[in-house]
Design a protein around this ligand. Structure first.
Ligand code: DGY
Length: 328
């Protein structure tokens, strides 16, 4: 029996590769950097399935070049790298990996929050560069986390887990979202709904963004929004870089309009080495690693494998973002 040809754009967890290898004729891109677009296009030509990462662009031109393609399994919860409408039109199902990375990502958002509030990276550099001369009453003062107000933008799975972590630090947790949670859920999570983003921005001591990247969330936070924040505000983004106008963030941090920021994502990834944000002391920028724990990356890979194999069988993947691709 001829096995379906699939291409995987990076070496993912061995357990997942083993599973995929059993049922497919599998090609794996062996390098650390993603395959260039032209290479992916070539590899897709005879593929029935692709396993992609958020750094792989899967657009209409690529799908046109891949007439046998049935399934694109993205090893990420976000799928803004894939043109979903074009996939649906061509009856290509797209899978993602929700749930398995929720808590790991929330842990990291809170890690950035705490690190940015208390100058953890700056303090470590201060020590390693030999600047620690004495205990000083005014050295590296930060913001208290306990009892402060946390404003969450987007109370989906990850936002809700960040809320729980905030409650653990006795924070008052406010949230803004297009969709309000039920009163019972709000009670369970201990959160208060703020229907007006401006009000949340001006009331919160800590602001953490957890929305997907969509046309309507592009630059959701820009100069006007930073101007509404407290000068003591700590701003965290672990969602997608383009949700924030990075030039406006730079100005807000440089001018002291806000206190500090912690980012796991940037408008262009990796951030170019000459980006002015990199010259500031009051921002921590991580290389998009919020879901990067051993266990979670393995679980994401296994989920991506299951989605792929279901799609190859002509079934709706267990985690599918466009089930209408098979029914429409
Ligand atoms: C995602 O899954 O969308 C994250 O950004 C990477 O884990």
């Amino acid at each position: 029996m001829i096995k379906p040809r699939v291409f995987i754009t990076r070496i993912i967890a061995q357990e997942a590769l083993d599973k995929i290898a059993q049922d497919t004729d599998m090609g794996v891109w062996p390098e650390e950097l993603p395959p260039p677009y032209e290479v992916l296009l070539e590899k897709a030509r005879d593929a029935e399935g692709l396993v992609t990462l958020l750094s792989d662009r899967v657009d209409a031109a690529l799908m046109d070049a891949a007439p046998k393609l049935k399934v694109v399994s993205n090893m990420a919860v976000g799928y803004d790298n894939i043109t979903i409408a074009e996939a649906t039109k061509r009856h290509i199902v797209v899978g993602n990996t929700p749930g398995v990375l929720t808590e790991t990502t929330a842990d990291f958002a809170f890690t950035l929050l705490m690190a940015a509030a208390r100058h953890v990276v700056e303090a470590a550099n201060y020590t390693s560069k030999g600047r620690w001369k004495t205990w000083g009453p005014k050295i590296l003062l930060g913001q208290d986390i306990h009892n402060a107000t946390l404003g969450i933008i987007g109370l989906g799975r990850i936002g809700a887990e960040v809320a729980k972590r905030g409650r653990g630090f006795n924070m008052k947790v406010l949230y803004y979202d297009e969709i309000r949670r039920s009163e019972e859920e709000e009670r369970r999570l201990g959160v208060e709904y703020i229907p007006d983003l401006a009000k949340l921005l001006s009331s919160a001591d800590f602001i953490s963004v957890h929305v997907p990247l969509l046309p309507q969330t592009h630059h959701l936070i820009g100069a006007a929004e930073f101007a509404m924040m407290k000068p003591t505000a700590v701003f965290i983004n672990t969602s997608r870089g383009p949700v924030v106008d990075q030039k406006a963030l730079y100005e807000a941090l440089k001018s002291g309009q806000i206190f500090t920021a912690g980012l796991d994502v940037t408008e262009v990834e990796p951030i170019p080495p000459d980006d002015p944000l990199l010259t500031l002391d009051n921002v921590i920028i991580a290389p998009h690693i919020a879901s990067a724990s051993f266990t979670t990356r393995k679980n994401m890979a296994l989920m991506a494998a299951e989605n792929l194999l279901a799609g190859l069988r002509g079934q709706t993947p267990p985690n599918c973002v466009n089930p209408e691709a098979l029914t429409g």
